[in-house]
Design a protein around this ligand. Structure first.
Ligand code: AMP
Ligand code: ZN
Length: 456
């Protein structure tokens, strides 16, 4: 199986550190607000990646964090605290908003058939490990103290730009804000002191004083706790390349002296009707909005699958409608197929090649439709489609044949047609088929005899 690795900027053969085990860490949500369909695209893509790994017989240990502690925005050290701000906005405690939005995240995953690890790791449960990691960095001389916290000195870590490939000179020249209390523009907070003038809802004791962890430290601490000091795969949005994942690498590798991650996989963003999602444009739709507009959430999953994970996706309601129709048609076809037997080897091969080529799911869907339209017996197609669905996760196996009420008149016509066919009077049999179709029904000959259904 081949996968694009952001570290090398190329598609590589996937070779985990200890095959067949694969340790995979996904950056999870910050639970200060609703997860929208942009966020959910990422989790569906992670779900697909895991399914593809499993279909290649890898044993996947998937770990995901929940950022339930207030951290600062990507500006890292001067930004606002999203959690504390979110709590104030809703008039709830920080702990309660974390629970509320974690629930909404889990509901969205359930609706989209995204499997989550049984135990999600909450940043607030691992403060001790986060402090320990900062202490390791301190002992090795990678940290310094300012009036507002403990910082990582990026000038001490020579590989700092290996993931982002940014040029430190251009970075420095492009930054207009003052360095503030930091020594270097790329330095970031490991631990922040609670402000004296304002009581925070979430704060902990530490060797440096009462405060709270920086955002990046939780992912390095929790991923290494769960998966060891070197991980096979780490995933996240493309926006994490320059700061969050770059800082995670710095923290982990400076502490352990070992490579932190073998493959970094990053997902592209989702835009809505050609525009960036934003509260002010009112286009930050959630899965609940999709359902309330009368759509099957699985149509959204199908829509996600039509765009490659490294390509920006443009969501439109029209495209969602199209996806819903395609999925309904697929399910209607499958309902009519005979029970699964031997599959269609040629299509299975093509499907596998597509998914193993850097998760080319749009291509895999094209193979699926080619198979659906092929002349293979329906029992073979059924077998293959169920196999494909282990990767796609569209619940196609649940497409159960509905007990349709076929009028007696149509049943009689079908019986008559059957008799003519037995007698070799095919012209007359075909005339009856046309009559059945005119009356709004379709007849299909299967291995177990003719089948009738209302035409869609
Ligand atoms: P936020 O909570 O909005 O800061 O987003 C958290 C993470 O979700 C971001 O860092 C991105 O990786 C991902 N994300 C946010 N918006 C989108 C989007 N429109 N499309 C895809 N991923 C997104
Ligand atoms: Zn993270």
């Amino acid at each position: 199986m081949k996968i694009y690795n952001t570290l090398s900027r190329s598609v590589e053969e996937f070779e985990p550190i200890n095959p067949p085990s694969v340790g995979l860490y996904s950056c999870g949500p910050t639970v200060y607000d609703y997860q929208h369909i942009g966020h959910m695209r990422r989790y569906v893509e992670d779900d697909i990646l895991i399914r593809v790994l499993k279909s290649n017989s890898f044993y996947v240990k998937h770990v995901m964090n929940i950022t339930d502690v207030g951290h600062l925005t990507s500006d890292a050290d001067t930004g606002e605290d999203k959690m504390e701000k979110g709590a104030k906005r809703l008039g709830m405690s920080v702990w309660d908003i974390a629970k509320k939005f974690e629930m909404q995240f889990k509901d969205s995953c359930l609706a989209l058939n995204v499997s989550l690890p049984k135990d999600l790791m909450h940043a607030t449960d691992y403060i001790e490990e986060e402090i320990e990691l900062i202490q390791r960095l301190e002992k090795k001389g990678f940290t310094y103290k300012t009036t507002d916290g403990i910082y990582f000195d990026t000038s001490k870590f020579s590989d700092y730009f290996k993931l982002s490939r940014q040029n430190p000179e251009t970075l420095r020249a492009g930054v207009r804000v003052a360095l503030g209390k930091k020594k270097n523009i790329s330095d970031f907070a490991l631990w922040k002191f609670s402000p004296k003038e304002e009581k925070r809802q979430m704060e902990w004791k530490s060797p440096w004083g009462i405060g709270f962890p920086g955002w990046h430290i939780e992912c390095s601490a929790m991923s290494m706790k769960a998966l060891g000091e070197s991980l096979d795969i780490h995933t996240g949005g493309v926006d994490h390349i320059n700061i969050h994942h770059t800082n995670e690498i710095a923290q982990a590798e400076a502490a352990t002296g070992k490579p932190f991650v073998k493959y970094f996989i990053h997902h592209a963003f989702l835009a809505v009707e050609g525009q960036k999602m934003s509260k002010s444009l009112g286009n930050t739709y959630t899965v609940k909005d999709v359902i309330e507009k009368g759509f099957d959430p699985m149509a959204l999953r199908y829509l996600y699958l039509q765009t490659h994970y490294r390509q920006e996706m443009n969501f439109t309601w029209e495209a969602l409608s199209g996806a819903q129709n395609a999925l309904a048609k697929l399910k209607a076809d499958i309902e009519f197929w005979d029970e699964a037997k031997v599959g269609c080897a040629e299509f299975e091969q093509n499907f596998l090649e597509a998914v193993n080529n850097d998760l080319n799911i749009p291509e895999a869907l094209a193979v699926l439709w080619e198979m659906v339209r092929s002349d293979y017996p329906s029992s073979a197609k059924k077998r293959s489609v169920l196999k494909f669905d282990e990767v796609l996760g569209l619940d196609l196996g649940k497409a159960k044949r509905k007990e349709e009420k076929i009028p007696d008149e149509i049943k009689k016509l079908s019986e008559k047609r059957g008799e003519f066919r037995k007698e070799g009077k095919f012209d007359r049999a075909d005339k009856i088929r046309a009559e059945i179709e005119e009356k709004g029904f379709a007849v299909e000959d299967s291995e177990s005899g003719p089948k009738l259904r209302r035409k869609s």
